[in-house]
Ligand binder design. Structure first.
Ligand code: HEC
Ligand code: HEC
Length: 293
């Protein structure tokens, strides 16, 4: 080996060593929280300024803050947790029918957007406007909300100056402490995803709640704006084919870490392969067409 080659080898070895140590220590820092299966509810006074809220069934739940904009924040929380009843296609006032389906934002942004393993909305207020590769430009937070309104919710955009947009923004600001975290795109599957194998996973694991026809279970009946106890995964009342959830890179991680609902994200029930297969199956089902891009 020439001395130059030797130098390069030693240099690269050291570089990778340092990188590995950094990555490892980051994982270790997150380990207790992952082992606990979710965000800690015990915020010490010193960290309370950046405490992560927890509006899950196990947490304290959302409480209207006693401040002048408290009611606006509470309205934003209702729009996230009960979108169908606030701005859904079945609400009484036609002018407020913005969403095109009866999902709620928190069907995906679980626990009012405070579940850190389920597309959290905590911290988004602090990271927009931001450059989005998919949009190819800098996007504002109202624009990002409307991307979900027109795709995930298969509806129409909220005007920037509408009371509904103001309520969403007030709520995001309220829960925005630490910077938003984005899950890494799922690693590739061991073998290419298969719709046929995915159908078996669906029937074995998902159909119990989302039903064999994928249309979910309504709380009441059609027309009463009460939404779903188990949301639809395809069909006319689902997200459209422009939605992030219709893409492997977003859906695989979400499903693996959150489905069946209640699974411990640190110990997924589905293997990586099963998650890819079931997403291939979901993507093969009919859903509304997305807006032109
Ligand atoms: C069918 C699932 C689904 C529904 C329903 C949904 N979203 Fe999303 N949303 C996503 C996905 C997937 C992303 C992309 C997350 C990422 O890039 O990591 C996203 C991203 C976002 C972001 C940007 C988050 C970030 O960290 O950059 C905002 C804000 C947002 N959604 C708001 C909403 C609002 C408000 C609603 C309800 C009106 C809603 N979403 C409904 C799936 C959904
Ligand atoms: C124990 C019941 C249960 C099982 C089993 C289950 N889910 Fe869900 N799923 C839910 C609930 C409830 C929600 C909505 C979460 C919320 O509102 O808190 C949901 C939400 C979703 C969403 C986002 C919302 C939407 O409508 O698109 C997807 C995607 C999803 N599930 C896929 C799956 C897949 C794939 C499986 C099988 C691997 C599965 N689920 C198994 C209960 C379940």
């Amino acid at each position: 080996m020439t001395s130059r080659a030797l130098f390069t080898t030693v240099f690269l070895t050291l570089l990778f060593g340092v990188l590995a140590a950094v990555l490892f220590s980051r994982d270790m820092a997150r380990a207790p929280e992952i082992a606990a299966g979710g965000p800690s509810t015990k915020a010490s006074p010193s960290t309370s300024a950046i405490a992560w809220p927890d509006y899950s069934a196990n947490g304290l739940g959302f409480q209207t803050p006693a401040r002048p904009d408290g009611e606006l924040i509470a309205q934003g929380y209702r729009q996230v947790s009960q979108t169908f009843a606030e701005i859904g296609p079945e609400v009484a006032d036609p002018a407020r029918r913005f969403a095109g389906n009866n999902l709620s934002c928190q069907n995906c942004h679980i626990d009012g957007g405070t579940n850190r393993h389920a597309l959290p909305l905590v911290g988004v207020f602090n990271i927009y406007p931001r450059f989005l590769t998919r949009s190819g430009r800098v996007v504002s937070l109202p624009e990002r909300v409307n991307q979900c309104m027109t795709r995930s919710m298969n509806g129409r955009p909220l005007p920037d100056d509408s009371p509904e947009m103001a309520a969403f923004l007030a709520y995001f600001k309220f829960i925005g402490g630490p910077e938003a975290v984005h899950a890494e795109p799922a690693p590739p599957p061991p073998v290419p995803a298969s719709v046929e194998r995915g159908a078996v996973v669906y029937a074995d694991v998902c159909a119990l709640c989302h039903k064999p026809d994928g249309l979910g279970v309504r709380v009441g009946s059609k027309g009463d704006a009460d939404g779903y106890s188990f949301p639809p995964l395809w069909g006319p009342d689902s997200f459209n084919d422009g939605a992030g959830m219709d893409r492997f890179d977003r859906a695989v991680g979400f499903i693996r870490h959150n489905m069946p609902r209640g699974v411990d994200p640190a110990h997924p029930q589905l293997s990586l392969q099963q998650a890819w297969d079931v997403v291939a199956y979901l993507r093969a089902q009919p859903r509304p067409p997305g807006p032109e891009r």
